[in-house]
Design a protein around this ligand. Structure first.
Ligand code: TEU
Length: 534
């Protein structure tokens, strides 16, 4: 019997944008509870919630001010207990986001640290500057420098993300203890694991000046350092190993070699990681530097990771990435189905992001005023420095802004897509009149019903869940793979283009986006098929 997290698919919920139960325009936990039957009907087994902890919301909850409480905008601790219990009753497990590289600057730890109150003096990375200049030349993931001066303490603190997200100091054993207590708190309450935010950045080797010519100055001193591996081993030993749970690390810019180390069961660090490499299929390293999407680039990276790791997380979307159907497809439901087919048939634990099962697309905002995301807003000065005018900056946002994934879940064709009875915190996409759960529910050919069909097939197929992966062929516009377990195999072929393609493929598919008639060396536009062989 395989581990449960290798058997089931994960569904990511971005709570702010999932379902609003009280009309304040903000999704909440009672809203998620009301949608449990829908989630169950998808066939997924695990829900990962983006942060619902107390937070001032500068980075939509990734800036935590109290790890052991729920933010009032999402509900209460007892709502969370109810969610865990009701989900469990339906056979669904809950996984939380664990954001421990940094806290909010509103966290009590930081407030006390800036006043040098014991025992918090060294909870963060404080340094004196060089005259009026920050301690080193490191830059932030969100643009600009990675240091802010605090008037109260009279020193600079490091923040790899927003200014309101000071980095914790893992050289201080009291920080490690405090973080372990947080993990314990939630695991004891019944959560089944964590998605560990930027987990490969925890350990800063030194605070020397970084190589000045890079997108992320200083990153050579903090990405995947040995100290980070040691921390992860300690978390596993002291806390995680006492529970039936798993961890998936968000590991920024990780290589396959590093990923193998991080997920090696003998080392006892993480169970899976999110690779970032295939997210570069339409950009150079950072998404603000776009290039034309090439199917081959996407395939090549996905396959490389399939081959190099015995098991890993597989995803095409999350709350930080634009919608896959807009990036890698042509916004059509047909392309959404093709993508979901590959996602659910590769080897590994699939992660599906809310709305991906409907074929939700990038936003239809018309100006910067509609954009809410701190990363997008912070990037504007950097893009201006690169010489872009307002129009071109907005064009770039349309392609790359994280708000593309954060528009509210589209439940109905009605007002605000059925997400809220009030005014949503961020605009609902106008295409909710056609792309929504209620309409798709009734259409046997919808993306939603294709997703359910595939999930049901996957859940019943040991070949798809456990089988070995082999690439048969990847061409400019199509891909053909094999999954094999013992003598059984499943062939999956996907036409990743809006034109028909010719390929060596005959037989009757067990599942097809275009009907199960005999295949004759041809796939229709965006057609995806599964063929069983025994
Ligand atoms: O993301 C880390 C991360 O690498 C992102 O900042 C990424 O570079 C960017 O979003 C691409 O646009 C995690 C969370 O997923 C993200 O939502 C948080 O803002 C960030 O950490 C800080 O906690």
């Amino acid at each position: 019997m395989e581990k449960w997290w290798k058997e089931q698919a994960v569904y990511q919920i971005y709570p702010m944008s999932y379902c609003d139960s009280n009309g304040d325009g903000m999704g909440d936990i009672p809203g998620i509870i009301s949608k449990l039957p829908y989630i169950k009907s998808l066939g997924v087994g695990i829900l990962w919630l983006s942060p619902v902890y107390r937070s001032p919301g500068e980075d939509n909850g990734y800036d935590i001010s109290d790890y052991c409480d729920i933010d009032p905008k999402f509900g209460t601790l007892s709502d969370m207990d109810e969610l865990i219990q009701k989900a469990n009753a339906l056979g669904l497990r809950i996984v939380m986001d664990l954001v421990i590289n940094h806290t909010s600057d509103q966290h009590e730890w930081f407030q006390k640290s800036r006043r040098r109150e014991a025992p918090y003096e060294d909870f963060y990375i404080w340094r004196d500057g060089n005259g009026k200049r920050p301690p080193n030349n490191w830059t932030s993931f969100f643009g600009g420098r990675a240091w802010a001066f605090d008037e109260v303490r009279g020193q600079w603190y490091l923040h790899l993300f927003a200014k309101g997200q000071p980095d914790l100091n893992y050289r201080n054993p009291a920080v490690i203890d405090a973080v372990e207590r947080v993990m314990d708190f939630w695991l004891a309450r019944g959560v089944s694991g964590f998605r560990c935010d930027v987990i490969n950045l925890l350990w800063k080797d030194s605070l020397k000046n970084g190589f000045p010519k890079g997108a992320l100055v200083g990153s050579e001193y903090y990405i995947g350092r040995p100290g980070c591996h040691e921390l992860l081993q300690r978390f596993r030993r002291e806390v995680l190993s006492r529970y039936d749970c798993f961890t998936v690390g968000e590991t920024v810019l990780v290589s396959t070699k590093k990923a193998r180390e991080l997920t090696d069961p003998n080392r006892g660090e993480l169970d899976m990681v999110f690779s970032f490499e295939h997210m570069n299929a339409d950009c150079f390293l950072v998404k603000w530097l776009p290039r034309k999407f090439k199917t081959q680039r996407l395939f090549r990276s996905l396959i490389k990771w399939q081959k190099k790791l015995p098991w890993n997380a597989v995803y095409l979307e999350n709350h930080d990435q634009p919608r896959s159907v807009s990036r890698f497809g042509d916004d059509s439901p047909a392309s959404a189905k093709a993508m979901l087919t590959l996602l659910l048939t590769l080897r590994g634990t699939p992660f599906v992001y809310q709305g991906e099962e409907l074929g939700m697309t990038n936003f239809d905002f018309t100006s910067m005023d509609d954009i809410q995301d701190v990363e997008s807003k912070n990037m504007v000065p950097t893009l201006k420095k690169l010489g872009l005018n307002d129009r071109r900056i907005f064009e770039r946002m349309r392609k790359a802004s994280r708000d593309n994934a954060r528009t509210p879940m589209q439940w109905t064709p009605g007002p605000e897509g059925g997400f809220t009875t009030g005014t949503p915190w961020i605009k609902v996409n106008g295409n909710h009149v056609t792309i929504n759960a209620e309409t798709e529910e009734q259409d046997p050919d919808s993306v939603l019903n294709w997703f359910r069909t595939l999930m049901a097939y996957r859940n019943g197929s040991d070949v798809l869940k456990q089988g070995r992966f082999r690439l048969i062929s990847r061409e400019k516009d199509w891909i053909k793979i094999e999954r094999r377990l013992g003598d059984e195999r499943v062939i999956v072929a996907v036409n990743w283009s809006p034109k028909p393609v010719k390929l060596p493929l005959v037989g009757y598919p067990v599942l097809s986006t275009h009907g199960t008639q005999k295949l004759d060396c041809q796939l229709q536009p965006w057609e995806a098929v599964l063929i069983e062989e025994k």
